[in-house]
Design a protein around this ligand. Structure first.
Ligand SMILES: NC(=O)c1ccc[n+]([C@@H]2O[C@H](COP(=O)([O-])OP(=O)(O)OC[C@H]3O[C@@H](n4cnc5c(N)ncnc54)[C@H](O)[C@@H]3O)[C@@H](O)[C@H]2O)c1
Length: 355
């Protein structure tokens, strides 16, 4: 059996999910790893069963390796577009972490490069691969929710600015909106049937900063944690209108005076409703009675490791020409349109209308 030869670019925190997924896929051989920090790249290659993988600190050199057929891009957001374009031009298949990039212009350039190359470009919308999402999608596709006309998503952290590059707008493109909002907005948009966006009204706030003075409460920190730079919003909200009349309300935060962290993703149709997070639940009615239905499945909430395994397995199936990706570059472009419009709306204090 011929294996897909894979390289991973960016060997920080989330790369571990990619490495783990590749290691457990029998059709993959991990042959190259690149990180600005060579020791980090070496350590990851060794830990994930590829001690003989070639180690690079310059991604151009990894891409010049003709044996590499596919790459995962797990770097800071500011380099996603340039690395994805270079990889496609070098004839590699690409799995790029979310967000696709920082701007709509960059997203369109990646789309152009993908079209020219004919290679797979898969955006890392990992929550689409969760068991809860996949089960609900079947119900939605069968018409059980009817027409979904409203969705509401929250991903709120009271103390959760990861610092480092995440809080440096130059490298991240933004704060909780581009980091967390991208997941929950994508999840709603995907399950709503990817309606075309009509207008966006958003607000981004920087009122609490990163709350790095808080004591005795631990929180997630980036690989290269640094609390000194914080140029991103700490909270954002938005109302997104779609051409089919549906709407989506969303709020996200890295810092907020909130009782406890929360995630909730809810969809409302004219025949039924659903909660995807915190746990899958489907609402309906029968014989004039309201029913709250709990699917009997192994994972009612998003299971990180299994989600990434499914994402990686699907990417490899695409590389082998068995199927088309369910997270194509076009979806990355649409999400960048929405995210950037929320920031623009907030900066201008007006609604952004798409023509
Ligand atoms: N899908 C998810 O749920 C999820 C979760 C966390 C992060 N992410 C995404 O993954 C990406 C990485 O996040 P992270 O948490 O792993 O960050 P991280 O800081 O832990 O790791 C990023 C790594 O990339 C390296 N790097 C940066 N620029 C590079 C370049 N040009 N060439 C080579 N190496 C480079 C850094 O040295 C670092 O080791 C981000 O885009 C983030 O949005 C996705």
């Amino acid at each position: 059996m011929s294996k897909v030869k894979v390289g991973v670019i960016g060997a920080g925190s989330i790369s571990e999910m990619h490495f783990g997924g590749y290691q457990k896929n029998d059709e993959v051989e991990l042959i190259a790893v690149c990180d600005l920090n060579a020791d980090r790249a070496k350590e990851k290659a060794a830990r994930f069963g590829a001690p003989d993988a070639k180690i690079y600190t310059d991604y151009h050199e990894l891409l010049a390796n003709p044996d590499v057929e596919a790459v995962s891009i797990c770097t800071w957001n500011n380099s996603h577009a340039e690395i994805a374009i270079a990889a496609l031009e070098a004839g590699k298949h690409v799995l790029v972490e979310k967000p696709l990039c920082k701007t709509v212009e960059q997203a369109l350039a990646v789309q152009e490069a993908q079209k020219k190359s004919g290679k797979t470009l898969q955006v890392g919308y990992v929550r689409r691969y969760g068991m809860n999402t996949r089960v609900l999608k079947k119900f939605i596709d069968a018409g059980d929710l009817g027409e979904i006309y409203y969705a509401k998503a929250s991903c709120l952290r009271r103390l959760g600015n990861p610092g480092g590059w995440f809080s440096d707008v130059e490298r991240s493109g933004g704060g909780p909106l581009i980091d967390l909002g991208v997941h929950v907005i994508d999840l709603c948009w995907y399950l709503m049937g990817k309606p075309k966006v009509k207008s966006v009204s958003g607000n981004a706030y920087n009122r609490l900063g990163n709350r790095n003075h808080i004591e005795n409460l631990s929180f997630y920190q980036a690989a290269d944690y640094d609390a000194n730079v914080n140029t991103v919003e700490d909270m954002a909200n938005a109302l997104i209108r779609f051409e089919n009349g549906a709407s989506l309300a969303v709020d996200v935060s890295f810092a907020l005076h909130l009782k406890q962290d929360e995630i909730s993703v809810r969809l409302f149709g004219d025949k039924g409703g659903a909660e995807v997070e915190p746990q899958l639940l489907i609402m309906g009615e029968k014989h004039d009675t309201i029913l709250n239905m709990t699917p009997q499945i192994d994972h009612l909430s998003f299971d990180f490791e299994r989600g990434f395994q499914k994402e990686v397995d699907h990417f490899i199936d695409c590389c082998l020409g068995r199927t088309e990706t369910i997270c194509p570059v076009e979806d990355g472009v649409e999400l960048m349109k929405i995210l950037c419009a929320i920031y623009e709306s907030s900066a201008k204090g007006t609604e952004i209308v798409f023509s």
